[in-house]
Ligand binder design. Structure first.
Ligand code: ADP
Ligand code: MG
Length: 217
């Protein structure tokens, strides 16, 4: 994943400005910075949900502007608001997404759902309607939803927010097992979590990258 001089302005305000980053395959890359720094804007642009004002970005060689269809197939997205249907059970939601991605075999679908929910220790809640779960449980199912098709690039905006200690530990483990097959870009305003989880970190301030470093340095 690569961006060059990526910018987004809203009137006079630059939400992000001249952001140039390159993320290697299999890397866990943390975006840090205070509220309003531009983290969500950058993630929304890379998710193809917001158009940049100028600059370029490509994901596995596909240009974000020109090759949106290919890009969408390669990414998984977790935003502040989950993309699950409240009236459906967790299992119905996940089955629905698996079908969208072309899975048809009922046993395969059951197996994938079992494996993924085991990682977050929520196998026993799959028959519950999403709307009846706690926000942390919904978050876990939404992260599973985003990774159900094994995306090559996982984009997560503040995924650790709203998780308890156990949820944070599960998500860390999940990142570490997922990075074998995917690249992960996530944002956090929590310095400690950012440093613990990431291989590399970029710090945004007022839309600009002020520092990029290898975690632990
Ligand atoms: P962060 O996620 O780091 O808290 P954001 O990307 O949400 O930061 O916001 C960066 C800046 O862009 C803020 O000043 C915010 O007010 C502005 N901004 C973000 N989205 C919009 C929008 N849709 N319209 C106007 N300004 C926006
Ligand atoms: Mg944000």
């Amino acid at each position: 994943m690569k961006t060059s001089n990526l910018s987004k302005s809203y009137g006079d305000i630059f939400a992000i400005r001249d952001v140039s980053i390159e993320i290697n395959q299999g890397e866990i890359f943390g975006l840090m910075g205070p509220n309003g720094a531009g983290k969500s804007t950058l993630i929304r642009i890379l998710s193809t949900l917001t158009k940049s004002s100028s600059g370029e970005a490509s994901i596995f060689g596909y240009n974000l502007r020109k090759d949106q269809r290919q890009v969408k197939k390669l990414i998984g997205i977790v935003l502040h608001h989950n993309l699950l249907y409240d009236e459906l059970t967790a299992k119905e939601n996940l089955s629905y997404y698996l079908r969208l991605y072309g899975f048809r075999n009922k046993e395969t679908i059951e197996k994938i759902i079992f494996e993924k929910t085991s990682q977050f220790n929520i196998v026993d809640r799959v028959e519950d309607q999403i709307g009846t779960l706690s926000s942390g449980q919904r978050k876990r199912f939404d992260i599973i939803r985003a990774t159900i098709h094994n995306p090559k690039l996982l984009l997560l905006d503040e995924p650790f927010s709203g998780l308890d200690r156990q949820g944070i530990a599960q998500l860390k483990d999940f990142f570490n097992s997922t990075k074998k097959n995917s690249t992960i870009l996530f944002s956090t305003h929590n310095q400690q979590i950012g440093e613990e989880v990431s291989d590399r970190i970029a710090t945004l301030e007022k839309g600009r990258i002020i520092e990029t470093k290898t975690s632990g340095d």
